[in-house]
Design a protein around this ligand. Structure first.
Ligand code: SF4
Length: 276
């Protein structure tokens, strides 16, 4: 059972910095270390799970729920949190449609709460919770209200949706990657276009997950991994034991993660006060 979080970062069992050992994963996921792809590749190849369900960006900023069963398919789905739609219902439908019995879900903190509750405190009439083996949550500062955000990009910067190849966070800027180059937009400006629900969301790391994964500026090339329970610990340590993942102690970056969590909480409190 997933315990309710004790602090702003939730229950913490261990904090690691992880990096994929696979050159191909590293090549594709340099900024963040590729640890999520590496540990889920391990779980798939060792037949611990039969699929990974996540959201994949399609065109522009749109997304869809997809199932990955191989390393190659996982690499395809590896997306960016800024462009992932928080659609838990479609991920649930995918698990049922594909009849996955042991699934890992890569999701955002709001989705992790939904999946965590369905798994650990199932509601009658829902029979998919027992199919969820691992919940991996990505750190999240918010997702954009697509229409409004795309309109703003078009009007202010002349960027068309179909041109956008990727969106990345870099310091205080949001980088819009296009074939023609990278456009850096001040984060404060872009934040006005977050979804309303994100403005009052206070969970930065995904306290309902088995493993939270994210990035801190002070450790480029490494993924921060927070394990929260025995399941999470088994996934991370198993991937290390089998040579998929390189691990270092990550306790020194907890302060950086906490800073992000405090910022998000402060934003939620401020917005909540204005809305109520
Ligand atoms: S900010 Fe919160 S509500 Fe918005 S996508 Fe992230 S976790 Fe979900």
């Amino acid at each position: 059972m997933m315990p309710v979080g004790e602090t702003l970062l939730g229950q913490i069992r261990a904090v690691y910095l992880g990096r994929a050992t696979d050159e191909e994963i590293l090549k594709r996921k340099v900024a963040s270390g590729g640890a999520v792809t590496a540990m889920l590749t391990y779980a798939l190849e060792k037949d611990i799970i039969d699929g990974v369900v996540t959201a994949k960006r399609t065109k522009g900023l749109e997304g869809e729920a997809v199932v990955a069963r191989t390393k190659e398919e996982l690499l395809e789905t590896a997306g960016n949190r800024w462009s992932i739609v928080p659609f838990a219902a479609r991920i649930k439908a995918k698990i049922e449609e594909e009849d996955l019995k042991r699934v890992a879900v890569v999701c955002l903190p709001c989705q992790a709460q939904f999946f965590g509750q369905m798994r650990d405190f199932p509601i009658l009439e829902t029979d998919f919770g027992n199919r969820i083996k691992y919940i991996v949550s990505l750190f999240c500062m918010g997702t954009f209200a697509f229409e409004a955000f795309l309109n703003y990009l078009r009007v202010k910067y002349g960027v068309r949706a179909e041109e956008i190849e990727d969106i990345k966070l870099s310091g205080d800027f949001l980088e819009i990657h296009r074939e023609t180059g990278v456009l850096a937009i001040p984060l404060k400006e872009a934040f006005s276009y977050l979804q309303t629900g994100c403005l009052v969301c206070s969970d930065y790391t995904g306290v309902w997950s088995d493993v939270s994964a994210g990035f801190v500026e002070s450790e480029p090339g490494w993924t921060v991994l927070i394990t929260r329970n025995q399941r999470g610990e088994e996934l991370v340590r198993g991937a290390e034991r089998e040579g998929y993942l390189e691990l270092r102690d990550g306790s020194h970056v907890l302060g950086d993660v906490l800073k992000g969590a405090r910022e998000k909480l402060a934003r939620a409190q401020k917005n909540m006060a204005q809305l109520l």
